[in-house]
Design a protein around this ligand. Structure first.
Ligand code: ARG
Length: 416
């Protein structure tokens, strides 16, 4: 048989034709399905910024700091009014969350700078959504409950990075809040980059010696006892980021201010502030924690986190990757019980740990933060790692400098 005929007949083989057609149909179907999916169902996050003017609230100094009850209540009310409005509108499935970034003064009233997050299919353009958002806001004008709110003059579309930048200028936000996402579950003992962006490593002759806490772009809060062996600023440096081997930033120390009444014998007034040689530029992974008001109550039994590069066991070595531990606040009364510290815990101190022990700060964690999250997901500093009987023993919790007791001292020294 001629070779040519063989080729033709193989090409026209009905099975080959059948499979080729099936293959083409499958490829087409998959392509169309993917297109429909990406254009119509795959949702993308969009961030918008707007400033709401609150007419019937007078601006007071109490609204200067995110730690005050007034600040929390007002921000929370504005957030819930915005949330309710969108949840009752035709954008209920697109609206994700609103967060008041900052309250500012405007005449005698208040302006709330707010970030809102929505999720839309990709084929919607952000601008057309903007006008839908505006119209929902316009409709609700009369519906703000007992807050009298002026419509925002403009709604600005933000990139994800813009949204993050707004948060990094303020205190206490972690990356999950900066993107208005679900809260990241804090599990295990290893921290991830950005988890505790205010954590500082204070280094003596370039060796990690103590923890520190970023409270502004130039001031670091720490413990007085960190400087017992050496208080010459020229010997000290600060690094930022979760790894002490590959830090994200480094600064020299310019000034060390130790509490005048620090008492090494009783550990009273174990607090100091350190001024960096030049300011830190905040980013997602490096920025300041919020400070509580002097009057804030720290509730026994509430959850707190302690972080640091300290040793994992009593007598062990410090570590190079930041660790975290979840503990509970213990009342001074319980902490002063005879089986516990038997009266050694002064009012300017705060205890935190687990009743059975096991989770605690240890050597090398000193000067580092004990933080708590508030109802708006901002993180506040409640303690500075100070002392303890060994580490993690039952009935011997960690003892911290009680930050609320030194709130005025911090302002006097740093203006923060
Ligand atoms: N003084 C120790 C230091 O210099 C920290 C003590 C904290 N101890 C504790 N069990 N919580 O690093």
């Amino acid at each position: 048989r001629p070779a040519r005929a063989t080729v033709t007949s193989r090409f026209l083989n009905p099975y080959v034709v059948f499979f080729a057609v099936v293959a083409v149909v499958i490829i087409l179907a998959v392509t169309v399905a993917l297109l429909i999916h990406f254009l119509a169902f795959d949702k993308k996050s969009y961030f918008y910024h707007s400033s709401f003017q609150i007419l019937n609230v007078n601006y007071t100094d109490q609204l200067n700091s995110p730690g005050t009850q007034q600040y929390r209540t007002l921000s929370g009310r504005i957030e819930s009014v915005i949330t309710t409005t969108f949840k009752e509108s035709n954008l209920r499935n697109q609206f994700i969350r609103a967060h008041v970034i900052k309250l500012r003064q405007s005449g005698s009233g208040v302006i709330a700078d707010t970030v809102m997050k929505f999720k839309f299919p990709r084929n919607n353009n952000g601008e057309s959504m903007k006008s839908r958002i505006e119209s929902v806001l316009r409709q609700m004008l009369n519906n703000f409950g007992n807050l009298e709110i002026n419509l925002p003059t403009e709604i600005i579309t933000l990139t994800d990075q813009d949204a993050v930048n707004l948060f990094t200028q303020e205190c206490g936000a972690r990356p999950d809040l900066m993107t208005l996402s679900e809260e990241r579950v804090i599990g295990g003992t290893k921290a991830e980059e950005g988890d505790w962006p205010w954590q500082v490593s204070l280094r003596l002759n370039n060796v990690h010696h103590c923890g520190g806490i970023l409270i502004s772009n130039i001031w670091v809060l720490t413990a007085a006892h960190c400087f017992r062996s050496n208080s010459d600023p020229n010997r000290w440096t600060a690094t930022f980021g979760i790894s002490t081997i590959f830090p994200q930033e480094r600064r020299r120390v310019n000034t060390i201010l130790i509490h005048n009444n620090y008492n090494p014998g009783t550990h009273e007034n174990d607090i100091a502030v350190v001024r960096l040689d030049r300011p830190i530029t905040f980013n997602k992974n490096i920025h300041m924690v919020c400070l509580p008001e002097a009057t804030q109550n720290i509730l026994p039994g509430s959850t707190a986190y302690v972080t640091g590069w300290g040793s994992e066991t009593y007598g062990g070595n410090t570590v190079s990757d930041l660790e975290q531990g979840r503990v509970y606040i213990i009342s001074n009364d319980v902490c002063n019980a005879p089986i516990s510290y038997d009266g050694a815990v002064f009012p300017g101190m705060l205890c935190a740990g687990l009743p059975q022990g096991g989770v605690d700060a240890c050597r090398g964690d000193s000067g580092g933060p004990l933080v708590q999250e508030d109802s708006r997901r901002l993180w506040f500093l409640v303690g500075i790692v100070s002392w303890g009987d060994q580490c993690g023993l039952a009935d011997k919790p960690g003892v911290y400098t009680r930050v609320t007791a030194y709130r005025h001292w911090i302002t006097q020294q740093t203006g923060v």
